[in-house]
Design a protein around this ligand. Structure first.
Ligand SMILES: Nc1nc2c(ncn2[C@@H]2O[C@H](COP(=O)(O)OP(=O)(O)OP(=O)(O)O)[C@@H](O)[C@H]2O)c(=O)[nH]1
Ligand SMILES: [Mg+2]
Ligand SMILES: [Zn+2]
Length: 302
């Protein structure tokens, strides 16, 4: 025998679904309770948070080849800015915005580097934050994802293969392009080719509603400067000598660009792991040149 139950008819909920919410990245309409955008997979929390305030967040991209050091750089940047006693200060919006900082600093604190970022966009960490500058009345709202280098390369080689990257870069206001200084110094041209491809892709990316990328600011950051003194001393000269393609593209195409050098580790050792083979482990953390490129980009945005 079946027990009769009373099922309330919640038809009022259909009325809520009739009002769509636009994805903050690709502007596709989604339903009220969608977790990720059905078109580009960006988290819908960004759209809900942006709608709750009057200031429109600006998008800033961090790009570079796989292994260039994007996750380590961004995680450290968030951590430094959220603990600064003076100067620029960062306040995360939404619990999800703290995950990148948490995983990066958690790994570094146990003498490990964080793992490779997955290629699937719904597994990327996004940071939505408020930046408070001294003497500025209103904070700046920023949205920055930690994208996987392989996904960016795939989009650059085959445009529209990652909808989220295409939509995000069209709407983006500025970019940090991270380049591995050690690979460049070793004479590996792959890093230079990647940067050239990326800048060439950006310069061709058109969106009628926004200025061309050639007029948007780009900070080129040589990472792992702790292992390359030459790039630390003069990053622009290092680019001219060792990454001529990248240097030429920047000079010819991008009106607002600057070269920087950064490093997170103080000393590293190579360990033999039974499961992962040879892995680099940081013994000390000595952040250097992390805030400067970001502060420069913010000045350009203002
Ligand atoms: N010496 C040194 N090595 C670093 C530094 N930052 C990153 N690395 C090394 O570079 C590797 C890759 O760093 P990630 O930040 O994961 O690189 P990524 O650009 O996020 O790579 P994808 O997630 O694949 O796109 C780390 O595992 C470290 O071995 C640094 O500041 N100094
Ligand atoms: Mg990563
Ligand atoms: Zn979307």
């Amino acid at each position: 025998m079946t027990t009769p139950v009373i099922q309330p008819l919640e038809s009022y909920r259909f009325a809520q679904y009739a009002v769509p919410i636009s994805c903050f990245v690709c502007e596709t309409d989604n339903t009220l309770d969608a977790e990720a955008c059905t078109r580009c997979l960006a988290p819908m929390a960004l759209a809900h948070q942006a709608a709750a305030r009057k200031i429109e967040p600006r998008l800033v991209a961090t790009m570079g080849a796989s292994g260039a050091g994007k996750t380590v750089y961004l995680g450290m940047l968030m951590d430094l800015l959220s603990h600064q006693p003076a100067g620029l200060k960062l306040l995360a919006r939404g619990a999800f915005s703290i995950t990148l900082q948490q995983t990066t600093i958690g790994a570094l604190a146990s003498c490990r580097f964080p793992g490779k970022t997955p290629n699937e966009p719904d597994r990327w960490n996004w940071v939505h934050c408020q930046i408070h500058k001294p003497k500025q009345k209103y904070p700046l709202e920023l949205i920055m994802p930690d994208m996987a280098g392989e996904a960016v390369l795939e989009e650059v080689n085959h445009p529209h293969s990652y909808r989220i990257i295409d939509a995000f870069l069209k709407k983006c206001r500025a970019a940090l392009v991270l380049v591995d200084a050690v690979r460049i110094k070793d004479g590996t041209r792959q890093e230079d080719y990647f940067a050239m491809k990326l800048l060439s892709y950006l310069s061709e990316l058109t969106d009628e509603a926004r200025p061309s990328w050639t007029r948007r600011p780009i900070a080129v950051v040589f990472t792992k400067a702790d292992q390359c003194d030459e790039c630390r001393e003069d990053p622009a000269e290092f680019a001219r000598r060792h990454a001529p393609g990248l240097w030429q593209q920047c000079r010819e195409r991008f009106q607002g660009h600057r070269f920087f050098a950064s490093g997170v580790a103080g000393a590293c050792v190579t360990l033999e792991s039974a499961t992962e083979g040879r892995v680099l482990a940081p013994l000390r953390i000595e952040p250097h040149g992390i805030i400067e490129p970001f502060a420069w980009l913010l000045e350009q945005l203002a």
